[in-house]
Design a protein around this ligand. Structure first.
Ligand code: IPE
Ligand code: IPE
Ligand code: MG
Length: 246
């Protein structure tokens, strides 16, 4: 750990919410002549390290991990089911640590389509950690930015049907409360590993003013140091939010 970088990062304003698009597991494995699944196993370990680090150092209060997109269903079924097994193991094995370290788990995505065992551990640990006041760890799982916006639209339509909302009453702030991310502030920083420079249907509404950071590092190789480098880069950005700043 480069403590000089840590000290520097801790001296400047930190983001409130950092979201990580964990990409590059397959390429990590291929480069070593290993099956893609091994990349995912190593990727799960990288995720554990990062969660522990952010929780312990209290760098920021909200962390989102993009773990499985609505488009990832088009992968081979064996890969999809291994990903779900790893996620179930992650929640089950990390669960106790999450409870004890004050982490609040929130899963973002359509969990009804997931295997029953995975749904059960998610529900169990969301309930057990509900009152925790430490890091909020959001896991975007079977999540798509378009799905999320559509959820908001569906809820708005249902309210309108019950005459609780009219089109004129629906302002941005009201709509935001109808989204799956209603209790999570918009991300200040979105980091994508693996070198691709796109959002791949991640946060669409929420990313309106996020700073984007892309690194070629493949997810299994992403370390605490890599996160600190992204934070240092973020701290050097000028966020205008449409204003003129001197
Ligand atoms: C990210 O790594 C993990 C998920 C999308 C679940 P990939 O599996 O996309 O790895 P690459 O992009 O093929 O290297
Ligand atoms: C984005 O990675 C989704 C997650 C990290 C969960 P992908 O590997 O699925 O993205 P594309 O297909 O390269 O856009
Ligand atoms: Mg990928």
């Amino acid at each position: 750990m480069n403590s000089e970088l840590m000290d520097r990062v801790k001296k400047s304003p930190l983001p409130t919410h950092v979201a990580l698009i964990m990409d590059g597991n397959g390429r990590w494995a291929r480069a070593r002549g290993l099956p893609r699944t091994e990349g995912h196993r190593q990727g799960a370990l990288a995720a554990e390290r990062i969660v522990r680090f952010v929780g312990q150092e209290r760098l920021f209060p909200y962390l989102t991990l993009f773990a499985f997109s609505t488009e990832n269903w088009s992968r081979p079924p064996e890969e999809v089911s291994l990903l779900f097994d790893l996620l179930e193991g992650f929640v089950r094995e990390k669960g106790r640590e999450l409870v004890e370290s004050g982490v609040r788990l929130r899963v973002l995505g359509d969990i009804r389509a997931l295997p029953k065992g995975l749904q059960k551990v998610i529900e169990e640990y969301e309930a057990k950690t509900e009152g925790n006041l430490g890091l909020t760890l959001a896991v975007a799982l079977n999540f798509g930015g378009r799905w999320a916006v559509l959820q908001g639209v569906r809820r708005a339509m249902a309210l309108a049907e019950r005459r609780l909302l009219t089109p004129e009453d629906l302002h941005e702030e009201d709509f935001r409360k109808l989204l799956p991310t209603w209790d999570i502030p918009d991300p200040d920083l979105i980091v994508r590993t693996g070198g691709e420079q796109r959002l791949s249907n991640f946060f669409l509404w929420e990313s309106a003013y996020a700073e984007l950071y892309f690194t070629p590092t493949l997810w299994p190789d992403f370390t605490e140091q890599g996160l600190l480098a992204a934070l240092a880069d973020f701290q050097g950005r000028r966020r205008n939010f449409g204003r003129v700043t001197p």
